[in-house]
Design a protein around this ligand. Structure first.
Ligand code: SF4
Ligand code: FE2
Length: 633
């Protein structure tokens, strides 16, 4: 790929060049090798749900208009989308369930993990209707686990407790009316697979309603559940200062990269890297340097201040530095190509989960029982690997940026409380009402090889903050913005005057000696639930529905099925959700119309597809202005 098409992150072309010179193929080359991509697949018009197929529908009306079974374009597109959203929800629910199992083990006396945030434990317990007075933490945890397990065991038609306990009444009533309230999350995922197999549902509207239901499964049994339980076990994030980009790797340290999603692993690696520092020194290193990729990177950044190495699309290039002694992964967003690239260096790639094995990688089984021994083993493998590093192959780019992160809802409220201790949300609301803050946009999600790396995230956000839109962010979007310096308080000068005034007032009240950054890092992809919590808190404060707020969400460079399920949850919450990459639905005019237009009347939110960042910013600003006008602001 030509250098100017690769990335706006300047570390990327440098390492891409190094890869080329060393004969290494990366995601950028594989993307080019796939061109042109299949038009049927791009428009969602290919079905492989049975072995009579694959069937393809001719979007131009000349070839077949139905599959062999008679499935129309509308059915094929809607079924494909539901399967993708079900898969995305499954990923997050499985993640949350892993954390739930560990929480239960903590109550049973497991020693590898504990309760770091007793306040959050009580708060979540209260939300679930569990009394906490005169109970030990263990007793509360046990009761809480029982309530949550009941959601997974519930075979009746009763909706999920976790969703009911955490949703505004107006949303609950609407979801019930539309018949999209999810029951047992596992059952919903199972049923979605059943509903989309050959010879089942042929009604695109019914399939889209089920898609909304699976979005809610993700939002509450995935995102919200995972975040809450992780905060209880590992602590609720508070502001931290750190750095982002591959310049955080250190030549004279043992460099370990944690990559994947669940902090059960990465937190332990952080702990043991600190404990085994002396062993690293004995091996000739100055110490152990940790850095993160993808969401597990966000998790340890938010809670431990661990720097970010890079985001999804540049994960291979981290290894191409030749300075990574070991990369340890758990689940999701891990390119299978990593093993082949690691083999070109001394880098050891370690998989840890029974459902993620990669030929060429070493496997160290990790679970709540082996957490400590496995983590020690992995850190020691890294130290041994450091001694085999070939200095001739090392190139660490200089790029890195200052990052202020750690903005959980609790941290935001705490910062606002410095302005108004009795009524912390009031300063935020007042500034929205006055127009200092025009509205709020959440940018989330991945990188996608179809988009110049990080470009859409950064251009979009610069436009938004210039127009006084406060940006909150998670996932690989957060990484892109962090690397671009937009989480450095100095970047507040890129914000419009109103927004800058607010950021400065909050920063000053919190003795930061300057403004808050114009982009608030709220965490990993599951931490989109934090954004949901903030939206609900503001809506409740104003006594309106989330759908009435001057807000929008955007997944500028998304690639994952998880992004589609998160986006569906956001739409179900009533939020206009922008997609910067065209989803595979255009083959069905009906499905496209429902998702991008009719959904708004139905549920208050809709998808908004726009592949130009400047037009997307303008579209979201227009939407925010419309919502403001409806609130008489
Ligand atoms: Fe073709 Fe129908 Fe089978 Fe899909 S389910 S592959 S459309 S016959
Ligand atoms: Fe993620």
């Amino acid at each position: 790929m030509e250098n100017n098409k690769l990335s706006v992150d300047q570390a990327v072309p440098k390492l891409y060049q190094k890869a080329r010179e060393e004969g290494i193929v990366t995601v950028f080359d594989r993307y080019e090798a796939q061109q042109p991509q299949c038009g049927f697949g791009l428009s969602g018009l290919c079905c492989r749900h049975c072995v009579q197929g694959p069937c393809r529908i001719d979007p131009f009306g000349e070839g077949p208009q139905v599959g062999i079974c008679g499935a129309t374009a509308e059915v094929i597109v809607a079924r494909n989308l539901l399967r993708q959203v079900a898969a995305g929800a499954a990923a997050h629910v499985d993640h949350a369930y892993d954390v739930l199992e560990v929480l239960e083990k903590i109550a049973e006396g497991a020693e590898s993990y504990g309760i770091k945030d007793a306040e959050k434990l009580k708060q979540v317990a209260h939300t679930l209707g569990i009394a906490t007075a005169n109970k030990t933490e263990q007793e509360i945890v046990k009761e809480m686990c029982q309530v949550i397990y009941f959601d997974f065991a519930n075979s009746s038609t009763a909706p999920m407790t976790y969703l009911k306990a955490n949703s505004p009444k107006e949303r609950l009533e609407l979801w019930e009316k539309l018949g999209v309230l999810p029951r047992n999350p596992d059952r919903e995922i199972r049923e979605a697979l059943h509903q989309t197999t050959m010879g089942m549902d042929a009604d695109p509207v019914n399939l889209i309603l089920k898609t909304l239901r699976l979005g809610l499964v993700d939002g509450f049994a995935g995102l919200k559940l995972a975040t809450d339980l992780q905060d209880i076990i590992f602590g609720t994030p508070q502001p931290v200062v750190t750095e982002a980009n591959l310049g955080v790797l250190k030549e004279d340290y043992v460099n370990i990269i944690v990559h994947g999603h669940v902090p059960l692993l990465s937190e332990k690696i952080v702990e043991w890297s600190r404990k085994l520092e002396e062993e690293a020194k004995k091996a000739g290193a100055k110490g152990i340097n940790l850095a993160g990729i993808c969401c597990t990177g966000n998790e340890v950044l938010m809670r431990q201040g661990v720097p970010l190495a890079t985001n999804f699309l540049a994960q291979e290039l981290a290894i191409v530095t030749g300075a990574v002694d070991l990369m340890v992964v758990d689940v999701q967003c891990i390119m299978p190509s990593l093993a082949e690239i690691a083999a070109c260096y001394h880098t050891r790639l370690v998989t840890t989960m029974p459902i993620v094995k990669i030929p060429g990688a070493e496997h160290v089984p990790f679970n709540s029982e082996t957490a400590d021994t496995a983590s020690q083993e992995i850190v020691r493998m890294a130290i041994a690997s450091f001694q085999k590093r070939n200095p001739a192959k090392v190139y660490i780019p200089r790029e890195k940026a200052k990052v202020v992160a750690g903005f959980s809802v609790e941290a935001i409220v705490k910062a606002l409380a410095k302005l108004n201790p009795a009524d912390p949300l009031k300063p935020l609301i007042d500034n929205i009402v006055s127009g200092n803050i025009l509205g709020v946009v959440a940018t989330v999600g991945c990188n996608n090889a179809k988009v110049k790396h990080d470009w859409f995230h950064i251009e979009l956000v610069k436009e938004l903050i210039k127009n006084n839109v406060l940006v909150v962010t998670t996932g690989c979007s957060a990484h892109a913005l962090a690397k671009a310096g937009l989480m450095d308080p100095a970047a507040a000068e890129l914000a419009g005057e109103g927004l800058r005034t607010v950021l400065t007032a909050i920063g000053t009240a919190n003795d930061l000696g300057g403004p808050l950054p114009p982009v608030l890092h709220m965490g990993s992809c599951v931490d989109n639930s934090r954004i949901g919590d903030l939206v609900i808190a503001v809506a409740n404060y104003l006594k309106v529905s989330p759908k009435d707020l001057p807000i929008a969400a955007s997944a500028p460079e998304y690639q994952h099925e998880k992004a589609l399920s998160i986006g569906t949850w956001a739409v179900a919450m009533g939020i206009m959700t922008h997609l910067g990459v065209i989803p595979p639905v255009l083959g069905s005019p009906k499905v496209t119309q429902i998702l991008t237009q009719d959904a708004e009347t139905l549920i208050g939110g809709k998808f908004y597809v726009e592949t130009d960042p400047y037009k997307a910013a303008a579209g979201m600003i227009e939407h925010i202005k419309t919502k403001r006008a409806l609130l008489n602001l």
